[in-house]
Write a protein that binds this ligand. Structure first.
Ligand SMILES: [Zn+2]
Ligand SMILES: [Zn+2]
Length: 487
């Protein structure tokens, strides 16, 4: 499927009021044709062979593109220009060098310019080294007027009179604006450097940047609204997930399954999504189906819980939309620049991202973090309170001097086996020195409140273990006192 079609299909997945924030790839693509026309005219007026310019070898040469801020595209056009230049410019001695550079001014406006260097044996007297043009520093190439004592650029580089067509309102495209002409005399060779500001190319980038900035403003407002909604939901959730409320256990199960669903496939502690919007959507749908299948929403006793679950789903769906919007805009920007470079043979792909790079993970990472931290994190999960030794609830919790928490039973057993260092961080003698004073009373109260069921099970297990130990001791004692039977 063509990219323009793909983006149209994806756009349908987004809500109606999000549509204005999708970069209009097709519109931008149409504008590329205008850039090609402007380049054709510009090169025609400079008397360079346009067909030679359209050859990949001249302008688009990956070997000549360097990465970094000063990256420019340049390529000697000696061979191709030779045949194109005639008249006062001596064909045999002429070399043309074309550079394309996108500059950004203080106001953040980008200016794409091409610089053409021509070398020739002068027939007419040389013009001033630097010719100041209009007040704004520019003049249309086809209306160029130089001081009367010097030949015009057109004469200098043999511009045919017929090619000078003043632009009218009906002109579909115009040649670029000359912003600077510089000539240097080296022996009997004159080097003329013409810098041309490309109007249609500038319009193309203005439009692209405008789309990107509009989307960014939307993302900013949206994030603000999103966080407000999360906070509001968080307050209500705190109320219905109180350990004294019936729905507490149901919410804990829902959030446990939500974390297991690993919708964005992020690593622990870092919420950067590694899944695409579509992968995220698939996992989220599977999660909601699972919840419904288990009949969890039907078990709610508080009516508010049902409403809050809908809000929770909505926030997740919007997060998927945001990821999709960013992915679409990132792809559209990348593809349109690629198309621009391919059609115009001007290399923007190494220059443009320095001004406007689209990042598809930072914002979604922040939103994913918000969901986990401010909503899912409201309900404590048993996994966060396990003893690292028995992988069961850390009951009764002993906090060692190194700050690691274990259940007291495990600490006692480790001590019996003469394991005196902390099993997690190897802190020397941490277990040896642990005693009643190490019981974490606050944590103990917290666990009692939130995990009564788990604690009960754990206590039963411990009791069972102690009973078995006692039986073992008695059996061992009995076997020692067995009468010796001599066969
Ligand atoms: Zn333990
Ligand atoms: Zn430790």
């Amino acid at each position: 499927m063509k990219f323009g079609k793909t983006i149209e299909t994806s756009a349908k997945e987004l809500p109606e009021d999000w549509q204005p924030y999708i970069i209009q790839y097709k519109l931008l693509k149409k504008n590329i044709k205008r850039i090609v026309n402007e380049l054709d005219d510009t090169f025609r007026l400079l008397n360079l062979d346009a067909s030679a310019i359209s050859d990949d070898a001249i302008l688009l040469d990956s070997e000549s593109v360097h990465s970094g801020a000063a990256s420019i595209m340049s390529q000697e056009t000696t061979d191709q220009a030779d045949s194109a230049l005639s008249g006062p410019v001596s064909a045999a001695d002429t070399a043309g060098k074309i550079e394309y550079l996108i500059e950004k001014d203080e106001d953040g406006v980008v200016h794409p310019v091409i610089t053409v260097k021509l070398r020739s044996h002068p027939v007419s007297p040389p013009i001033d080294p630097i010719v100041e043009l209009n007040d704004d520093g520019s003049a249309p190439l086809d209306e160029l007027s130089l001081p009367p004592t010097t030949p015009t650029l057109a004469q200098q580089i043999s511009l045919p009179e017929a090619a000078i067509v003043p632009p009218t309102s009906n002109t579909p495209h115009v040649a670029g604006n000359v912003v600077q002409i510089e000539t240097k005399q080296d022996g009997n060779v004159t080097e003329t450097q013409v810098t041309v500001r490309l109007q249609t190319d500038q319009a193309f980038f203005d439009q692209l940047i405008d789309y990107i900035e509009r989307t960014r403003a939307f993302e900013k407002d949206y994030t603000h609204q999103y966080n407000t909604n999360v906070q509001t939901l968080g307050v209500d959730l705190t109320a219905v997930t109180s350990p004294f409320k019936h729905d507490f256990e149901i919410w804990r199960e829902i959030f446990r399954l939500y974390m297991d669903a690993d919708i964005w496939s992020h690593t622990e502690g870092d919420f950067r999504p590694t899944n695409s919007a579509h992968e995220g959507q698939e996992r989220f749908t599977a999660f909601t189906r699972h919840i419904e299948k288990l009949g969890l929403p039907r078990k709610f006793r508080d009516k508010l819980s049902g409403k809050l679950l809908v809000s929770f789903y909505k926030l997740n769906t919007e997060l998927i939309y945001m990821k999709l919007l960013q992915e679409m805009n990132e792809a559209a920007t990348r593809k349109i620049i690629k198309k621009h470079d391919k059609r115009t043979h001007l290399v923007a792909k190494t220059q443009f991202p320095q001004f406007v790079a689209i990042d598809t993970t930072t914002l979604t990472k922040a939103l994913i973090f918000t969901i986990h931290n401010d909503l899912v994190g409201i309900v404590p999960q048993i996994d966060d309170y396990l003893c690292p030794m028995c992988l069961n609830v850390a009951w009764r919790p002993l906090r060692l001097e190194c700050n690691h928490v274990f259940c007291s039973r495990c600490v006692v057993k480790a001590s019996r086996r003469r394991m005196f260092n902390c099993p997690v961080c190897r802190a020397k003698g941490a277990i040896y020195r642990a005693g009643v004073d190490n019981v974490d009373q606050a944590l103990l109260n917290f666990l009692k409140l939130y995990f009564p069921k788990e604690i009960k099970e754990k206590q039963a297990d411990i009791q069972q273990e102690i009973s078995e130990e006692e039986v073992g001791i008695i059996t061992a004692a009995q076997s020692r006192h067995k009468p010796c039977i001599i066969m």
